[in-house]
Design a protein around this ligand. Structure first.
Ligand SMILES: Cc1cc2nc3c(=O)[nH]c(=O)nc-3n(C[C@H](O)[C@H](O)[C@H](O)COP(=O)(O)O)c2cc1C
Length: 379
């Protein structure tokens, strides 16, 4: 298979974060995979890494100045905007995130970004206090809603010695996201895909509920990729903290029963149904109308089964139906059984006891079990 990065024109924006030196490795990896890379640095970024380093690795001159010292009026930002097929900002400072979200253009990189219509991703890196500032968070949400892919920073020791969220994402992940953006496949053009995601919450009383640890990340990622490959995507999601992926119709629900109803509404005409939501199997028989008071005695909750949405959908025989199996023991055997009993085309089996797999992480380790018996491990 041809590498999606081969011969693609990638503009890498480097901004003034202490993590700027890591962008050097990203350029190396992109070049190794055959991409053509131009680096644009902000003036602040040049305090951290010299343009010479990027120039030597990319084999192209590095653009920094909006107004060159020789007084030659150029339109470099527009030339670059026409040239770039994919844009990646690595690392992205709070400053450039703010400029992008608000349409400011006071240097070459930010001016270029306003003029460029190519798909864009950015990898924030900053101190955790900066990252959690409401202004930065609001700017990131705005960019995601506009279709910019944000490569979430990681938790760990930061350059200033503090520990928190804000460390530049793993370099392999950054390169993978850029490769995904470069993927030209449009094999889902004209197709309709329904995805479910996240947990459901089942009320016990007005202030309490039963739920599970699903973050929704898997379903949201699937919806985003299906959209990028051309599908018309409906995402039915339980409560999550994730912004709606751009271009996807997002339907928010809370309980298993609400999810069931919305799935039924949207099911007709779907080409594929991918059910990644972690739907409650049980709910309190009766949610109390008023908050249950604390007493000395133990409290027993009577639970009843929820309706199995996957089985109901399977009975309607959509052209492609994919289920998920999350287990902590004997999972593979259970997943194979689920495939047969529920007449699925594929089960994604997820052993949540493995590090790097399961809930609330950005990575996963799964086995795909196909109807024809094929099994594929995705490490
Ligand atoms: C040593 C040092 C490290 C910095 N690291 C970061 C950082 O990791 N993330 C960030 O958002 N800003 C960081 N800053 C602040 C930015 O450099 C500053 O906001 C600058 O104006 C960003 O400009 P630019 O977005 O045009 O590159 C740092 C500043 C200094 C002096």
């Amino acid at each position: 298979m041809v590498d999606s990065l081969a011969e693609r024109r990638i503009l890498l924006g480097v901004t003034g974060s202490i993590a700027a030196y890591k962008a050097v490795e990203v350029v190396r990896a992109l070049k190794q995979r055959g991409a053509d890379v131009i680096v644009v640095m902000t003036p602040a970024a040049t305090h951290f890494v010299g343009p010479m380093t990027f120039s030597a690795l990319s084999g192209r001159s590095v653009a920094v100045e909006q107004f060159p010292a020789d007084g030659q009026a150029g339109e470099e930002h527009l030339d670059l905007a026409r040239w770039a097929e994919i844009v990646a900002i690595v690392p992205a400072t709070a400053d450039i995130i703010g400029k992008m979200a608000n349409g400011l253009a006071d240097d070459l990189l930010s001016t270029f970004l306003l003029a460029c219509e190519a798909p864009c991703c950015l990898a924030p890196a900053m101190n955790f206090r900066m990252l959690r500032h409401p202004a930065v968070q609001a700017n990131l949400v705005r960019l995601v809603e506009r279709g910019c892919r944000v490569i979430e920073p990681e938790y760990g020791r930061l350059a200033d010695g503090e520990v928190g969220e804000g460390r530049l994402a793993d370099l392999d992940r950054i390169v993978q996201v850029i490769a995904d953006l470069a993927d030209r496949r449009h094999d889902l053009d004209g197709r309709r895909v329904l995805v479910t995601a996240g947990p459901t919450v089942e009320p016990i009383d007005p202030v309490r509920f039963i739920s599970n640890r699903s973050s929704g990340k898997m379903g949201y990622a699937i919806a985003e990729v299906a959209r990028r490959r051309g599908a018309e995507v409906t995402l039915i999601s339980g409560p999550t903290h994730l912004p709606a992926p751009a271009g996807v119709t997002l339907v928010r629900v809370r309980t298993a029963e609400e999810m069931r109803q919305r799935v039924w509404e949207h099911l007709p005409g779907q080409d594929a149904v991918i059910m990644a939501a972690a739907v409650a199997d049980y709910r309190p028989q009766q949610a109390a109308v008023q908050k249950i008071k604390k007493r000395e005695a133990a409290l027993t909750l009577d639970l009843e089964r929820t309706t199995d949405i996957l089985s109901e959908v399977a009975a309607r025989r959509p052209p492609v139906l994919v289920g998920f199996a999350v287990e902590t023991h004997d999972g593979l055997a259970y997943a194979r059984k689920k495939l047969v009993e529920k007449h699925l085309d594929m089960v994604v089996y997820n052993d949540v006891t493995v590090e790097g797999a399961g809930f609330e992480v950005d990575t996963n380790i799964v086995t795909l079990i196909h109807r024809d018996g094929r099994e594929e491990d995705l490490p």
